[in-house]
Design a protein around this ligand. Structure first.
Ligand code: IPD
Ligand code: CA
Length: 265
């Protein structure tokens, strides 16, 4: 592991502590209580308990920072500039079904820019971390986005958001259009891990309509620090809002964006 800054130390410590319970719960997943928040949107007691541990640990270390929490909503801090964006389990549907593809995602925003991020899959023990200006890492290994330049050779990830900020007809049209010009699309069910995989050079790009900042904050800094580009679906910088997200290496990001913009639902 490279030498971590004080901020990343705090984040990694909180995530590793929260992950102990997530791992235990995943091994006894059939006993979990699951509630439904909306269309294909579930929450387990693990999501709630994990978020509580993260919130407690981060508050202990940085008492004045605010929060944007998947389960608990927005919590204002005394420090108006700094906010943690937390997804306690990104990939909850996978988790519930015993599919080992989910993660804890914690991003730190300073005045509109994500400055640090940690994404951890407790089953595979893959810990991704990045801090602005200091690079992106998977465990001890420095990350670099993929070098592929052609859409036809590129593998993409995406997700279907069925919540109020989603747009399924547009998504289906985008899916068809990108399938025709690429090497393939994966829909593995964790936007945070999709972004981490772009940072790791496994996918050339990722897009999704209407995600929330807790899904993407940590992944955004990972992709940028691995040398990639992230924008909203219009090509602008509103990446923490609901304007959609497009990520990719320097060559593929503009091509993916152009192909997506040409799609009309
Ligand atoms: C979901 C995952 C999925 C994405 C959905 C998200 P959750 O988050 O990131 O990949 O397609 O839009 O809501 O509900 O598992 O935390
Ligand atoms: Ca999520």
């Amino acid at each position: 592991m490279p030498v971590l800054s004080a901020t990343l130390n705090v984040m990694v410590g909180a995530v590793r502590k929260a992950a102990r319970q997530v791992r235990r719960d995943f091994n006894e997943v059939e006993q979990l209580q699951v509630s439904r928040k909306g269309a294909a949107d579930f929450v387990t007691q693990s999501d709630v308990a994990t978020e509580k541990v993260l919130r407690e640990e981060l508050t202990k270390a940085r008492p004045d920072f605010g929060f944007v929490l998947e389960e608990g909503g927005i919590v204002a801090g005394k420090d108006a500039e700094h906010r943690w964006h937390i997804d306690p389990i990104d990939g909850t549907t996978n988790f519930i079904h015993g599919v080992p593809h989910f993660c804890i995602s914690v991003g730190l925003e300073r005045a509109g820019t994500v400055i640090a991020g940690v994404i951890y899959n407790p089953v595979t023990d893959e810990l991704y971390h990045a801090e602005r200006g200091k690079g992106a890492f998977l465990n001890e290994r420095r990350l670099r986005v993929s070098g592929r330049r052609d859409m036809a050779e590129s593998l993409f990830a995406t997700g279907l958001n069925l919540g109020p900020t989603g747009n399924p007809p547009l998504f289906y049209a985008q899916y068809e259009a990108i399938t025709k010009v690429s090497a393939g699309i994966r829909r593995f069910g964790s936007a945070a891990l999709d972004l981490a995989y772009v940072a790791a050079g496994r996918y050339e790009g990722f897009w999704e309509i209407g995600l929330n900042s807790w899904d993407t904050a940590a992944g955004i800094v990972l992709v940028r620090e691995a040398g990639g580009q992230v924008s909203d679906l219009g090509g602008g910088g509103d990446v923490l809002g609901h304007a959609g997200i497009v990520a990719g290496n320097q060559e593929i990001h503009p091509q993916l964006l152009r192909a997506l913009k040409a799609v009309k639902a």
